[in-house]
Ligand binder design. Structure first.
Ligand code: ZN
Length: 196
């Protein structure tokens, strides 16, 4: 069985997934970042952790074959295939304070923190997701710069769930920088049940 979800620009969604399901995240128009977060089903205290993922994989990058881990160091998902090869494991979800800091327009701005919290029915003070398709360039002197995503229309990353989980996913709301190529667009998620 295949379920398809389209997440409009600047909004978020909760999607429940079972162990062994495949999760395909598609950048419909290209150049769009997906704030991708998840909780263990029924236990919001265990959640996707980019920091633990960096630790376990001993890499600042996410590559095909890598595992994505929870804050409790348990495998949560696995990268099955990837058209793009550039994803960000460093940045927290955008939030009103971030828009105020950089662009002086935080009040009322749509943002991934609120969109994911609302979708999951949580009030986390900070969410650090995996920012799929976000291109954060790492420079030799330690600086980072956010560049235009390399994803083209229809590019996708395919993940396999290693546990039952609830995804909290947002199409990122930043139109003020190169992060989403200067404008926000929708994304698509396809969930395929393979082994039930
Ligand atoms: Zn965002």
């Amino acid at each position: 069985m295949i379920k398809e979800y389209t997440i409009p620009a600047c909004s978020g969604m909760k999607i429940d997934v079972k162990q062994n399901d495949t999760i395909t995240v598609i950048d419909l128009e290209g150049g769009q970042v997906v704030d991708f977060f998840a909780e263990a089903k029924g236990n919001p205290g265990e959640f996707l952790s980019p920091r633990v993922t960096i630790d376990c994989n001993e890499s600042l990058k996410l590559r095909t074959g890598d595992t994505i881990y929870t804050n409790l160091y348990r495998p949560m998902m696995e990268v099955v295939s990837d058209d793009v090869g550039e994803h960000d494991l460093l940045h927290p979800c955008c939030r009103p304070e971030m828009y105020a800091f950089f662009y002086h327009n935080g009040t009322g701005h749509p943002n991934c923190l609120d969109n994911i919290n609302t979708a999951l029915g949580e009030r986390r003070p900070l969410i650090t997701p995996i920012n799929l398709f976000m291109y954060t360039k790492l420079h030799e002197d330690g600086r980072i710069s956010v560049e235009k995503p390399l994803s083209k229309a229809g590019d996708r990353i395919v993940l396999k769930a290693k546990m039952d989980l609830s995804l909290g996913v947002a199409a990122c709301s930043v139109s003020e920088s190169l992060c989403n190529s200067g404008s926000c667009s929708p994304i698509k998620i396809v969930i395929e049940e393979l082994h039930r």
